[in-house]
Design a protein around this ligand. Structure first.
Ligand code: FAD
Length: 404
């Protein structure tokens, strides 16, 4: 054995440490944490946390005592370089940590927009607890927000801001919302739901400028010539994986840190997991980089198992969720590349699922307020099984019997 050093204290970094201890790993476990909080969960940051009164401790995976009890050392610092030959990590504080195995769980950071005035105080992003706290304060003090980007985070924030009484405009370059991640049917449903809630969604346009007076935002100009008044801009245009530490250490990177099916880099002493990782996927073929809690935590469990003697390749089945207003979207599998959609349930009742097929193969299920379908999809796909489009279309077809 020997010390395991983990860079990054997000979902992936925390989980690998916790799983190592659960699996009986006896040597030192250190997590390098460059955020000024105990490790915390991100999903509530764009959802309940923004509206609530709960403090940061409501987000922490575990209280401080857990780390002491489990002998997991939290190192408040930032990793700045890896000396692979000597198996050392250099820290911003000039400290150095020795490792026997290094786990890179550096996650991702906000993609920034490049527009004049984009650095003003009223232009916000949403990735960290500190950023969510800042937005929580803005919700009480601002009246009109323009959200740039109709992805999950932009729409979750938009729904929350609207519930809190703000005027909300969302602008999106694509012709539908969440276009990269969900079917057109699900995009259309959410577009309508947000519009009914009073959110104005502008598709097929970009922001060309942010206007300001005396250092405060006054509006956003659009590529079609329109101008939207605003005193707050929230940018949700995706993330960039944090690959620089790996790249500077000579490890291969592309749109993520490249690892094999066991989540190992070409250096047998360095693994990479979570949002920062471009992993060889035996389930889907090719390489995948995913941004989800499932991906981060299942990667972490896989690496912890390997480091305690159970070496098997990663085979997690992806799943995801997003809460927008009163609607819960849950996705089992990866639906990109679908060529046929079968709907089950009732859109009018606000409870339906889109079964997504490529040919006759079920790729995944997008469920809105239908948790039973979601759990069915996770179990079915987890077993590498499918049901036919005809079965999915048949209202009398009993999904539960398939799993029995
Ligand atoms: P991260 O959570 O990004 O953690 C990486 C950590 O490493 C960060 O703390 C970073 O500061 C740190 N770090 C980076 N470089 C260094 C360094 N050199 N030294 C030390 N530390 C370093 N997923 C879902 O499945 N469902 C959801 O509903 C959902 N909602 C979300 C809502 C929001 C607002 C956000 C931001 C994300 C959401 N996600 C959701 C995505 C999910 O949170 C991420 O996929 C997950 O956090 C990835 O975990 P990670 O540990 O790989 O990366």
């Amino acid at each position: 054995q020997g010390p395991v050093v983990i860079v990054g204290a997000g979902h992936a970094g925390f989980q690998v440490a916790a799983s190592l201890r659960q699996l009986g790993f006896a040597d030192s476990v250190l997590i390098i944490n460059d955020e000024a909080h105990l490790p915390y969960q991100r999903p509530p940051l764009s959802k309940a946390y923004i509206t609530g009164a709960a403090g940061p401790e409501s987000l922490f995976f575990r209280p401080e005592k857990f780390y002491a009890d489990q002998k997991i050392e939290l190192v408040s610092d930032r990793a700045t370089a890896i000396d692979r030959a000597a198996r050392k990590v250099k820290l911003a504080s000039r400290g150095v940590l020795d490792y026997s195995h290094l786990v890179l769980a550096t996650g991702a950071r906000n993609r920034l927009i490049e527009l004049p005035n984009a650095n003003l105080v009223d232009v916000k992003y949403l990735r960290t607890l500190d950023e969510s706290e800042a937005l929580r304060a803005c919700i009480g003090s601002h009246q009109r927000v323009v959200v740039i980007g109709a992805g999950f985070i932009g729409l979750e924030f938009a729904a929350t801001a609207r519930i809190k009484g703000l005027e909300v405009d969302v602008i999106e370059l694509a012709s539908r919302v969440m276009a990269r991640a969900v079917t057109a049917e699900v995009s259309d449903y959410f577009l309508e739901r947000h519009r009914v809630a009073g959110i104005r969604i502008h598709l097929g346009v970009t922001a060309t400028g942010i206007e300001a007076a005396r250092g405060r935002v006054t509006g956003v100009s659009l590529s079609d010539g329109r101008h939207l008044p605003a005193d707050l801009v929230v940018v949700g245009v995706g993330v960039l994986p944090n690959v620089e530490l790996a790249a500077e250490a000579g490890l291969p990177v592309a749109s993520g840190i490249i690892v094999d099916e066991n989540l190992l880099t070409p250096d047998p002493n360095i693994s990479a997991i979570g949002d920062c990782t471009l992993f060889a996927s035996q389930r889907f073929g090719g390489r995948q980089r995913l941004e989800s809690v499932q991906n981060a935590t299942d990667h972490a469990r896989c690496v912890a198992a390997r480091l305690t003697g159970d070496d098997k390749s990663y085979d997690g089945e992806p799943w995801f969720w997003s809460d927008q207003g009163d609607d819960k979207l849950q996705i089992a599998g990866l639906t990109a590349g679908y060529d046929r959609v079968v709907l089950r349930g009732e859109q009018a009742q606000k409870a339906f699922s889109a079964f997504c097929y490529k040919g006759d193969k079920l790729l995944g299920i997008e469920s809105i307020n239908r948790p039973g379908d979601h759990m069915f999809g996770r179990r079915l796909l987890g077993m590498h099984r499918s049901i036919s489009p005809e079965q999915a279309a048949d209202r009398g077809f009993d999904l539960k019997k398939v799993l029995a």
